[in-house]
Design a protein around this ligand. Structure first.
Ligand code: GLU
Length: 308
């Protein structure tokens, strides 16, 4: 399906995986939650591959993610956006931040920052200009003490002082690549995303992204942070916890488990149903109030990853 150019399309969601490995149960939950939320409102659902960090990109991972989504009938609208196509736009935004006095070059190394600030909050060494003899390595944005708040549609009102908790954060890295917060804030606006449904592990990342939206005059989407799938020991499912890749062999079973995880267990008569039927049921029955309003949730005993 083509993406609508009609600005009257009210809801546009997205899934934005990083191609650092195959999808696992936790990432499929984020894909499914964002898909169902958008579709249940008659909205569009876009796919973006967040390959802003080439050193962490795993060869073949992007194609594998696309295949797994297709196999689960999580079919997106329009072309896939690859962040690698967007480097010129990121550079233009950096020029604007610099011209407006919102950013500054930083010459500090990671080691210097952790020595000066055990919490890794940037101590502000280069805020008022590079110290003599120092070369610019990265670019940071000024982040002052005022509170930023947003109303998360599941987790409730959230407020932080990014200046105190994050400090002046990096928008262009010492290795020349662009920072995740910059790319995300710009691309969500570029794709006209109206709602961001993603895992609660990214809740804190919302604040630097809101800050950049403010500095660059970008619209603010709605946010809903889903519970993150964790092991019984409370560890996020990830490559580090040896969460297995989604088994493309039984997409209906995986979707049923992901629906149940999101507080929407399919009825017994849909047991063994094909993915399209499960998704149609999910679209018809999707209610935000049935989502577990938690930041983490252990996967049921029989789900992959639990044994990690
Ligand atoms: N690419 C990020 C990740 O896979 C998610 C970005 C987002 O949803 O904002 O963790």
């Amino acid at each position: 399906m083509d993406v609508s150019t009609d600005t009257a399309v009210a809801v546009r969601g997205r899934f934005a995986p990083s191609p650092s490995g195959p999808l696992h149960f936790g990432s499929l939950v984020a894909a499914l939650g964002s898909f169902l939320s958008a579709r249940a409102q008659g909205g569009e659902w876009l796919l973006r591959i967040d390959n802003v960090d080439p050193p962490r990109e795993v060869p073949g991972a992007s194609d594998g993610i696309l295949r797994t989504l297709e196999n689960h009938y999580l079919l997106w609208d329009g072309p896939v956006l690859y962040q690698r196509q967007r480097f010129e736009a990121y550079e233009a935004a950096l020029a604007r931040l610099a011209a407006d006095g919102h950013s500054y070059p930083c010459g500090c190394t990671r080691r210097e920052i952790s020595a000066a600030s055990p919490g890794h909050l940037y101590p502000g060494t280069c805020r008022n200009g590079l110290p003599p003899g120092r070369q610019a390595r990265a670019l940071r944005v000024y982040c002052d003490g005022q509170a930023l708040c947003f109303d998360d549609r599941l987790q409730g009102r959230q407020c932080r002082r990014p200046g105190h908790e994050v400090g002046d954060f990096i928008v262009k890295r010492a290795d020349g690549f662009y920072a995740y917060h910059l790319a995300t804030a710009l691309d969500d606006a570029f794709q006209r995303v109206s709602e961001i449904v993603r895992g609660a592990d990214l809740l804190d990342a919302t604040f630097p992204q809101l800050h950049l939206q403010g500095l660059l005059g970008l619209p603010r989407p709605d946010y809903l942070h889903l519970p993150v799938a964790v092991t019984r020991e409370g560890k996020k499912l990830s490559k580090q916890t040896r969460a297995p890749a989604i088994d493309d062999g039984d997409p209906g079973e995986t979707l049923s488990r992901a629906l149940a995880f999101l507080g929407h267990p399919p009825p017994a008569e849909l047991h063994g149903a094909p993915p399209v039927e499960l998704l149609d049921w999910g679209i018809d029955h999707w209610r935000h109030e049935n989502l577990p309003a938690r930041k983490t949730l252990a996967v049921a005993a029989h789900t992959p990853g639990d044994e990690a």
